[in-house]
Write a protein that binds this ligand. Structure first.
Ligand code: NAD
Length: 413
């Protein structure tokens, strides 16, 4: 049963700072639980990690078994991502814990209206699409806020909306995948051991990030040998057809509808086995902690391209780097394509002269060029810091870069 309304109730950070293991600097500026005020049941969480550069920009996640911890970790990644990309935003994240695919479209719209009412009270948070949400969902929130403000021209209510509503549709245009592809192309130019043509790659989570990333890599001559979604995991060392998978990924049953040849097909409880498949590039593109101590010894790739946010933790990445010789390209550097698109959309809405400049180039072309420029520069810079400090892993160098930018007012839009 859907709640009659939803309300954001501030959470005290005392509970977290009282723990011996929490560094106070890692506590979000503000965090909230999303509750049904009628019975205080918890529907989700919101974390606004840092607003030093601007409102906390980050997606809304609608998945099951969501915790405050997941949302806070993701909000921290957004702070680092928006800083590293020199966007005028801090980091934020929101999540509603449910099986969103079980909602009817009417229930979904009703829930989003309630969430929009709740988010309207938090001007420091700027929503965007994330796992389980899409452009149309953000448009519902935007419309709700337009009604409250009496105008459609405002910087509330989120970005990543459909193009026909003046948005930059980050999923429809595959913008995060565009950035992932830029990253791996730049790495190819820096690392003589990487040659994309003929490289074998695996995508965990064939969704709005994983699917377009697979299409781009396949087009560049790499071979998709493994792909998974929440229904199944498929393996074929001679290649899967990314286009065929893309056609069926949104059907009921998703990738289990794939009819072409596979060598192995894993069921729900064995989905993670695909992460251990031999390949050159592994692209985790689903929930946090796909790679942990439980499987770090069995991962067989040479490079990890972090499509997902927090697919592994720093200690695990140390182990992979120093003991397994696996280079893992950090989430907040390589998957920034989506937020760059969102930041462009928000400025298009508010600044007519910027809008004129962007429209002259064509919005999609402008955004893709900006993603290429930003992410290529950041991968190059992080890689060079990594080469200059033998104690660093990629994440350390990325962290150093993001923190430096957090303390500047530089904006790349
Ligand atoms: P999505 O909902 O479109 O796709 C997620 C995919 O993962 C789905 O195919 C789902 O079935 C699959 N999945 C879920 N659990 C799985 C599991 N245990 N094993 C295998 N597959 C599983 O979401 P998305 O927008 O593609 O986001 C994916 C990841 O990328 C998230 O971590 C998100 O934070 C991150 N990300 C997304 C964007 C964006 O632009 N959408 C930007 C940056 C980072």
């Amino acid at each position: 049963m859907l709640p009659k309304s939803l309300k954001a109730v501030p959470l005290p950070d005392k509970d977290q700072t009282d723990r011996f293991t929490i560094n106070p600097e890692l506590v979000a500026e503000k965090s909230y639980k999303i509750v049904d005020p009628d019975n205080q049941s918890i529907w989700g969480y919101i974390a606004i990690d840092n607003t030093q550069r601007g409102p906390g920009l980050g997606g809304i996640r609608m998945v099951q078994n969501l915790s405050l911890n997941e949302i806070m970790r993701l909000a921290r990644v957004m702070t680092l991502k928006n800083s590293a990309a020199c966007l005028p935003y801090g980091g934020g994240k929101a999540g509603v814990s449910l099986r969103s695919f079980e909602l009817t479209s009417g229930q979904r719209s009703e829930l989003l209206e309630k969430l929009a009412d709740c988010l309207y009270e938090l001007p420091d948070y700027a929503p965007a699409p994330d796992m389980g949400t899409n452009e149309k969902d953000i448009q519902i929130i935007h419309n709700n806020h337009s009604q409250k403000l009496g105008t459609e021209k405002h910087s509330r209510g989120g970005a990543g909306r459909p193009v026909e509503n003046g948005g930059v549709p980050i999923d429809d245009w595959g913008l995060t995948a565009h950035g992932l592809f830029s990253s791996i192309k730049v790495l190819e130019s820096l690392d003589p051991k990487l040659d994309l043509s003929g490289s074998k790659f695996v995508v965990q989570g064939f969704g709005n990030v994983g699917a377009p990333a697979a299409l781009k890599l396949q087009e560049a001559g790499a071979v998709l040998v493994g792909a998974s979604d929440i229904h199944t995991a498929l393996w074929n060392p001679n290649g899967l057809d990314a286009q065929a998978l893309n056609k069926i990924r949104k059907e009921p049953g998703g990738l289990s509808n794939y009819l072409l040849k596979v060598d192995k097909k894993f069921s729900l409880e064995k989905l993670d086995w695909l992460l251990e498949a031999p390949c050159d590039i592994l692209i985790p593109s689903a929930r946090p902690d796909a790679i942990t101590a439980r499987n770090a010894d069995r991962i067989q790739c040479r490079y990890i391209l972090q499509g997902a946010n927090t697919p592994s933790s720093k200690p695990v990445e140390y182990y992979l780097h120093h003991h397994r010789n696996i280079l893992s390209l950090t989430d907040f550097i390589v998957n920034a394509g989506g937020v760059i698109g969102c930041a462009v959309e928000r400025l298009l809405m508010m600044d007519d002269s910027y809008a004129e400049k962007v429209k002259q180039a064509g919005v999609k072309t402008y955004v893709e060029n900006l993603i290429d420029k930003t992410i290529s520069k950041n991968v190059c810079e992080t890689y060079s810091r990594l080469q200059n400090n033998k104690d660093f892993i990629f994440r350390d160098a990325a962290w150093e870069l993001a923190l430096e930018r957090l303390n500047t007012n530089e904006v790349w839009l």
